[in-house]
Design a protein around this ligand. Structure first.
Ligand code: HSE
Length: 336
């Protein structure tokens, strides 16, 4: 399988390390031989149609801050040129999520699909702003668009709701979809102020470069858009979410909740309306997880409510979700 990888940050580097450590097993068990024929980051690109060396890519990135120094004769192909001209089967899009215009991810994804490449995106921006039209574009071009890693990182939340509840009708769901705000709110229960808890989360590297994505609920809202489209068949985008972040949550609010045996959590819910807001959750509710954990409870017509809990972020965890998508694509191609 020939892959173009765009973005080579923590997730991209984890992915090639995963390919490297699992190469024998992936081939023996699944017949999958991932060949990364092109990689581009914000400063340049590396190309080899026979497959780039995984660990060399990581070493070059570490040393030079870009993959463009991979070969002694620097490759000058731009990312878009690569998508238009390099022979490949799959684009893996890992550039940062942007909820203003979804670029550069949107152009990468649409260019790749028009060229007939299947796409795996862990970038939430394009899906949050244009889920319905991207699915239409995928169908029109007869390619697969996969995005397991956009919700729950390595925890297979989307797959569970879509495939394990086959035949059921999910009537509502609600959950903690942002690990950073959960970490901040959990720490505030120990008496830290919002600013102190935020500083601690920043020191640990949990907070997005643009802190507003976490604190104002945009990241949780983007995940809610993806769930609502994929699981509930709604055709919605970011403006359809009624979104409030956690900046106004005070230590007093947390203490008041504790008196009711509750904790305040940033809850994304789909129950008639699509809402992201801080809410009191009973401490004995399975949804009431602490630290950076994510949790989501799906309620179905006949099978009751089930809660899935897991890590919602992390380079290797997200890389493992990309691998799941890649294996799905491999299997679909083999079927046809
Ligand atoms: N900022 C996100 C979080 C990262 O804290 O959950 C994963 O999407």
């Amino acid at each position: 399988m020939k892959i173009i990888l765009c973005g080579f940050g923590v997730v991209g580097q984890s992915l090639v390390k995963l390919f490297d450590s699992r190469s024998e097993d992936l081939y023996a068990k699944y017949g999958l031989k991932p060949r990364v024929v092109g990689v581009f980051d914000s400063k340049g690109s590396a190309v080899d149609s026979t497959g780039l060396e995984f660990i060399k890519l990581v070493d070059v990135k570490k040393k030079f801050g870009t993959v463009k120094n991979y070969a002694s004769t620097k490759n000058t192909m731009s990312g878009i040129d690569m998508l238009k001209n390099l022979e490949a089967d799959v684009l893996i899009e890992t550039t940062p999520s942007n909820y203003k215009d979804a670029e550069p991810g949107m152009t990468h994804i649409t260019t790749a699909m028009k060229k007939g490449l299947h796409v795996i995106s862990v970038n939430k921006g394009p899906l949050a702003l244009a889920f319905p039209s991207l699915m239409e574009l995928a169908t029109y071009n007869q390619v697969m668009l996969k995005f397991s890693g956009t919700v729950g990182g390595g925890t297979p939340i989307l797959d569970y709701a879509k495939n394990s509840l086959n035949g059921e009708r999910i009537t509502s769901f609600s959950g903690i979809l942002n690990g950073t705000t959960n970490y901040i709110l959990s720490n505030m229960t120990t008496g830290l102020s919002f600013d102190e808890a935020l500083k601690d989360a920043k020191d640990r590297g949990y907070v997005e470069a643009d802190e507003s994505l976490d604190l104002d609920g945009l990241d949780a809202a983007a995940k809610l858009v993806i769930l609502a489209n994929w699981i509930m068949g709604m055709k919605v985008t970011m403006p359809d979410i009624n979104c409030t972040g956690i900046r106004k949550v005070t230590t007093e609010d947390i203490k008041k909740a504790a008196k009711n045996n509750c904790a305040i959590k940033l809850i994304a819910s789909c129950n008639k309306e699509l809402v992201v807001e801080p809410k009191e959750v009973p401490k004995n509710d399975p949804l009431c997880v602490n630290g950076t954990l994510n949790a989501i409870a799906f309620t179905s017509e006949h099978s009751g409510t089930q809660t899935i809990i897991g890590k919602g972020a992390g380079g290797m965890e997200t890389a493992s979700s990309i691998l799941r998508d890649l294996l799905d694509i491999r299997q679909e191609i083999a079927k046809n």
